[in-house]
Design a protein around this ligand. Structure first.
Ligand SMILES: NC(=O)c1ccc[n+]([C@@H]2O[C@H](COP(=O)([O-])OP(=O)(O)OC[C@H]3O[C@@H](n4cnc5c(N)ncnc54)[C@H](OP(=O)(O)O)[C@@H]3O)[C@@H](O)[C@H]2O)c1
Length: 148
């Protein structure tokens, strides 16, 4: 059976590259992100029936649950999840003159809870489907914190 993978953060960078790689292997990829246009462009490139775009903000648990339910309804049940959506680089840099708690909340909402919500949404379905692999993109910043 053709493996189905779900990739969050599929509209650019590592997630987009992962979708290309998976489809090149003959797998089906479900791509999650907020940027509809970029997801549709990727679908045009990779092909309908190979790449399934899903517009969803990973910080919105209700949206994640409802997108997941829709996928189950149409029989798209992944066995691999690349939980990769995240904000990184300059977007995460601190202003040394002003501590901004909102920035920390946003990073945790996207990079941490935005990954765990998918585990919650799919746990029962995957157990009934014989299991699944969940992979999360981390960062060297988990081990080494740059000055900002
Ligand atoms: N590139 C690096 O050097 C590097 C280093 C360390 C760690 N990482 C980690 O690797 C992952 C991917 O990074 P990247 O470099 O490929 O970044 P990127 O090109 O900026 O891509 C980030 C992806 O996450 C999606 N995203 C962001 N917020 C989202 C939200 N609220 N809901 C749904 N999707 C959201 C973006 O899509 P939309 O904006 O369309 O929603 C985009 O597809 C991140 O978790 C990042 O922390 C990257």
């Amino acid at each position: 059976m053709t493996p189905i993978v779900l990739v969050t953060g599929a509209s650019s960078g590592i997630g987009e590259a992962l979708c290309r790689e998976c489809v090149a292997k003959g797998w089906k990829a479900i791509g999650i992100a907020r940027s509809r246009d970029r997801l549709l462009a990727l679908q045009a490139e990779l092909g309908q029936g190979k790449f399934y775009p899903v517009v969803c903000d990973v910080t919105d648990a209700t949206a994640v649950l409802s997108a997941s339910e829709e996928l189950v309804k149409v029989g798209l049940i992944p066995t691999i999840f690349f939980l990769n959506a995240g904000i990184a680089g300059e977007e995460c840099e601190e202003d040394p003159s002003h501590f901004d708690l909102a920035k920390h909340r946003q990073i945790m909402d996207v990079n941490y809870f935005g990954a765990l919500t998918w585990v919650m949404a799919w746990e029962a379905v995957c157990k009934n489907n014989g299991g699944a692999t969940f992979v999360a993109t981390s960062s060297v910043n988990a081990f080494w914190a740059p000055p900002k």
